[in-house]
Design a protein around this ligand. Structure first.
Ligand SMILES: [Zn+2]
Length: 157
């Protein structure tokens, strides 16, 4: 069956930078509901629309696909103000300079200072997505209603 609105697409992907260095490889296939439900990047949906199981492509995404880096989202705080048990690479909730809630990743712990960054880790980076479609099926009405995939590689609730 072709990938069209209200189909569930299962795919594997491998992300690398423009020099071909591996950034992330999906350990498990990912499933998303196709048709503009904001389950995945619009560029991925556009590349897969009308394709079938077995289709593979290399998608070259520009540096703005995950937004531009915003240096206002980089903060340092004193280690003493830091919740216990958070480690390098861990995430905490905090407030950006405009007061909005942000999820910060712990980038560096140096002396008494903790360096936080709420930018998407891929913000401002041009990336290559190697995608392979491993399955296409029609969505069930409940999935369309919930606007996400249930079952294998989807939501469980
Ligand atoms: Zn659901």
């Amino acid at each position: 069956m072709n990938i069209e609105k209200d189909t569930v697409v299962t795919l594997t992907y491998k992300v690398s930078d423009t020099l071909g260095r591996l950034v992330e490889e999906a350990k498990e296939p990912m499933a998303y509901l196709h048709g503009g439900y904001d389950n995945t990047l619009p560029q991925i949906e556009a590349a897969l629309d009308g394709k079938t199981k077995g289709f593979a492509t290399l998608l070259k995404l520009g540096a703005d696909a995950f937004g531009q880096r915003d240096e206002a989202l980089v903060q340092t705080i004193a280690k003493s103000d830091f919740p216990a048990g958070v480690k390098l690479g861990g995430q905490i909730k905090g407030r950006g300079e405009d007061g909005s809630e942000q999820v910060f990743t712990v980038m560096k712990i140096k002396g008494d200072t903790v360096h936080l960054d709420a930018n998407h880790p891929w913000a401002g980076k041009a990336l290559h997505f190697a995608i392979k479609v491993t399955d296409v099926r029609a969505a069930i009405p409940e999935e369309i209603e919930h606007k996400h995939v249930h079952g294998a590689h989807g939501h469980h609730h």
